[in-house]
Design a protein around this ligand. Sequence first.
Ligand code: NAD
Ligand code: DAU
Length: 386
Amino acid sequence: MSSNQKTETQATRGAAPILVTGGAGFIGSNFVLDWLASGNGPVVNLDKLTYAGNLANLASVEGNSAHTFVHGDICDGALVARLLAEYRPRAVVHFAAESHVDRSISGPEAFLRTNIDGTFKLLQAARGYYESLAGEERERFRFLHVSTDEVYGTLSPDDPAFHEETPYAPNSPYAASKAASDHLVRAWVHTYGLPAIITNCSNNYGPFQFPEKLIPLMVSNALQGKALPIYGDGRQVRDWLYVIDHCRALQTVLKRGRVGETYNVGGGNQRNNLEVVRTLCALLDELVPESKFRPHQQLVKYVTDRPGHDRRYAIDARKLETELDWHAQESFETGLRKTVEWYLANSAWVEGVTSGAYQQWVAQNYGNRGVEPATVQGTTTKEVLR
Ligand code: NAD
Ligand code: DAU
């Protein structure tokens, strides 16, 4: 018996489960943990365990009979169809994706495969399953596609925030692949009647975020006295949302969202990258008073910009707020403090995910970026980033 089959036999039968894809990643694992803790019913969790997927994120639900982990690929249509037929989920919540913009620039192919072809395979399997349903099972079934605000492109400083009618204008291979997946979902609703809903969310932060993304990368580097690499002038704006607020928005959309609709999700927390990093440094100065790298802001280094770097994202979430009564609970200040405290308390998790392959990524992504000025405590930034 394979390890997959072993974990699958742990499933409880009874209340209809949901099928989550990518539930070992950052947002997916937060969603699964929160869903189970809220007593919402069983979860079947399909994840390929790429570099971004980590079973350690799910350690607290190991042995929980309401959680069934399946190690597999969403591009495997036969596997997805089998899981749908066997577990008869009441919903599919689709997180699985390649998600890092810089990786999409250096290696776009995996993004096209998982984000476009994987979503296509999932939609086809879900369509076959939905067509086999009758009565209440058919009535309640939902396909929730978790997408990003990056499909809308970039904003100038005075532009209004992205709303659900903003035209698509993706700029990176990642954003283009997510935009393509959104279009597929839309087409499956209109052509085949699949009861799908799309959410487009802004930048998330919180526990279990892989330290290739801005916030966990900066925390991890600062704690080790490594350079804090700011792309370009650091004035790019993102609209930050604490991950549990995103997860609760998804629960709300699943319960009350209208089929065929798109809902934008965001925290109303626009900050430029320099502001974010300065706030992080101040928090670390306060929470790690014994650090020999204080003040941590001295570690900031400007490096070569990301090609095609989007200048500003901002989300208008009024549709979700007024129609479905969702509201973010965390401010950026409370959420960021919780996040930094989590990373400080979970250094073993960080060490676990930043082993061999991560070091190769750091060398590849940062090794060739120019650095000015050239030193951090007498070392070149290239050296401290090693
Ligand atoms: P992540 O990279 O942390 O996790 C992705 C997960 O998907 C990993 O567990 C990985 O193993 C799994 N996966 C990748 N390819 C797979 C495949 N072919 N089959 C099965 N599993 C596969 O991503 P995240 O940040 O948690 O993002 C989750 C979703 O939310 C993505 O669709 C992303 O586009 C979207 N999103 C993310 C953010 C953000 O700020 N992180 C914001 C808005 C939307
Ligand atoms: O907007 C939602 C998107 O947010 C999600 O769809 C993506 O999956 C998620 O990765 C995120 O994309 P960003 O590109 O905005 O996130 P990232 O953390 O990579 O970068 C945030 C900002 O910080 C961006 O302007 C680039 C900058 N940055 C990032 C890194 C990793 C730096 O200045 N230095 C860095 O080392």
